[in-house]
Design a protein around this ligand. Structure first.
Ligand code: PRP
Ligand code: MN
Ligand code: MG
Length: 181
């Protein structure tokens, strides 16, 4: 295990099981719809690439980069910036927003408002992790991976100051990693 990690919250085995379950649900629900999966960079990149291997129907995907946390901050500012927009039109599409984590809900709340103005046929959300204790904006998550307690997590796409995204599991950092920065 990475020496900066205090404990593993979601193991590789649990991640694989969640992806399989979510993929099967999406496969059943989107038969014949050619959904557009929208990956919210950068955190959701690893999750989406694993998830769609289990979605056994024709689909398309695109990427959007938004950011709510800056640099070393571990709390959101509520300010969601679009850094890279989609290249694909959402008009009449069945959109599946793919997120790694829903925390305060600001990011998804803003994205849903924005996507509604683009005339999607439907908009649903799949989030790998859910941290319900921190919710400020009450966004409905249609497909949920794993609920976690109120701890700052890294790995499986998620970063602290852009590091640790490549860990294959979700973990909690040792306290000294934050305090020595
Ligand atoms: C993180 C995470 C979600 C969002 C969740 O992204 O990946 O997108 O914050 O927080 P919220 O529910 O409080 O809005 P971040 O802005 O850190 O960018 P990143 O994915 O590039 O790390
Ligand atoms: Mn993100
Ligand atoms: Mg981040």
């Amino acid at each position: 295990m990475n020496p900066d990690i205090e404990k593993v919250l979601v193991s590789e085995e649990e991640i694989a099981a969640a992806n399989k379950r979510l993929g099967q649900q999406l496969t059943a629900d989107y038969q014949g719809k050619n959904p557009l999966f929208v990956c919210i960079l950068r955190g959701a990149a690893m999750f989406m690439m694993d998830l769609i291997k289990h979605v056994d129907i024709p689909l398309e995907y695109d990427f959007m980069d938004v950011s709510s946390y800056g640099g070393e901050n571990t709390v959101t500012t509520g300010d969601v910036r679009i850094i890279k927009d989609l290249d694909t039109s959402l008009r009449d599409r069945d959109v599946v927003i793919v997120e790694d984590i829903i925390d305060t809900g600001y990011t998804l709340d803003r994205l849903i408002e924005l996507f509604k103005t683009r005339h999607a046929n439907s908009i649903k959300i799949v989030s790998f992790l859910d941290k319900p204790s921190r919710r400020i904006k009450h966004v409905h998550v249609d497909y949920n991976g794993v609920k976690i307690p109120d701890e700052f997590v890294v790995g499986y796409g998620m970063d602290y100051d852009e590091r640790y995204r490549n860990l294959p599991y979700v973990g909690v950092l040792k306290q000294e990693i934050y305090s020595t920065k």
